[in-house]
Design a protein around this ligand. Sequence first.
Ligand code: ATP
Length: 438
Amino acid sequence: MEKIASLCKRRGFVFQSSEIYGGLSSCWDYGPLGIELKRNITEAWWRDMITSREDMVGLDSSILMHPRVWEASGHVAGFTDPLVDCKQCKQRFRADQLSGERCPECGGELTESRNFNLMFKTFMGPVEDTASVVYMRPETAQGIFVNFQNVLNSSRQKIPFGIGQIGKSFRNEITPGNFLFRTREFEQMEIEFFVKPGEDERWHAYWKAERFAWYQKYGVNPARLRLREHGSDELAHYAKGCADVEYEFPFGWSELEGIANRGDFDLKQHAQFSGKDLSFFDEEARERFVPYVIEPSAGVGRPLLAFLVDAYDEDVVQDETRVVLRLDPRLAPVKAAVFPLMRKDGQPEKAMAIRDQLKRHFAVAYDQAGAIGRRYRRQDEIGTPFSITVDHETMQNDTVTVRERDSMQQVRMPVDRLVDELRARVTVGRAGVIAPAL
Ligand code: ATP
């Protein structure tokens, strides 16, 4: 993890928030390469889960919502973690994460556990009275539930269908840490998939398989992925069943995504608290019901960290250690780098012209500094899948060498084939995932 965190800082993937002021604990900023990687992950998710499917639509709801939302959802009363303090070293812990009765750091005595609400509160309007308390949403899901009827009325969707959303969420975590794994501000990629009661278990099984396969599709080593079913003692208050996609991080197996069967809890609660009808009328069967909901809920930071950890590799090339990020080319922040072999004979100008041509399609870098081997290493370290070199021959027949990051093999190729060859390898896209017939 230290190697990853140091690479992230050195090459501009992730910086500590407000670092020049000493940093703000558990908040992180994505640098120039990090934001490209993050966008590639969220775009892959959006494309695979929403735009390539017939039974999904997207949404972008606001972070601040009516305070009654969080009463209806159960968050005001129940979104708490049990907090204990060590009387000796004053450290804080989540009681449910401790194995013994005493402080895991110093062995000191612990206080009784008390429930601590994880929602951040703030005030709407200029007067800080309780009437204007609003919460920073702790999940994006509720924005979807309260818009269920709006989406139903304005789109041509019928049950079964889903609404997906990517956005920020906030939790005042007691013990944040492990770099991007547990932060107080984070992004989520969530789906609420609405189904007919009775069909929920089959759809739950479908989404578990679908989401588990997604990480493998983007190259995560299957040996470090598992799907873990929750025990009945672990289930959240709303859940009929839940399974987590877990990754084996250097700090142990941990959750990337939870896939829950929320039953009809949320829509029923919001119908009751708002007084609005949130049921669905099935025209064909001539029956009305409150849909059940299957929720695949992923973070962005945790998958991003898993992709980085999984891609990180060191091998030996010509007696030198090479750090290489074996990221899936579709996720890699920079798709290709263009180098002139020599800084003369028109090679830099030619290389820059190729860069400009490719830049219209992909994120591309140009580098003319230092020996060619060093330039390859700099790109390997940030996961750039292809390096294109302009040399003497280029100036004669308009061909370049293209070197592939993992195999380090080089092929010669006409310049006018570059866009098509790269596009086939570095862009996200596939035919829609066809939901199996129920
Ligand atoms: P944990 O048990 O680790 O606290 P959770 O079960 O409370 O997580 P969910 O409520 O299921 O998490 O949230 C869905 C997803 O949102 C998680 O799988 C994770 O990827 C992401 N997520 C939740 N909390 C955080 C956080 N504090 N920092 C980063 N990502 C988070």
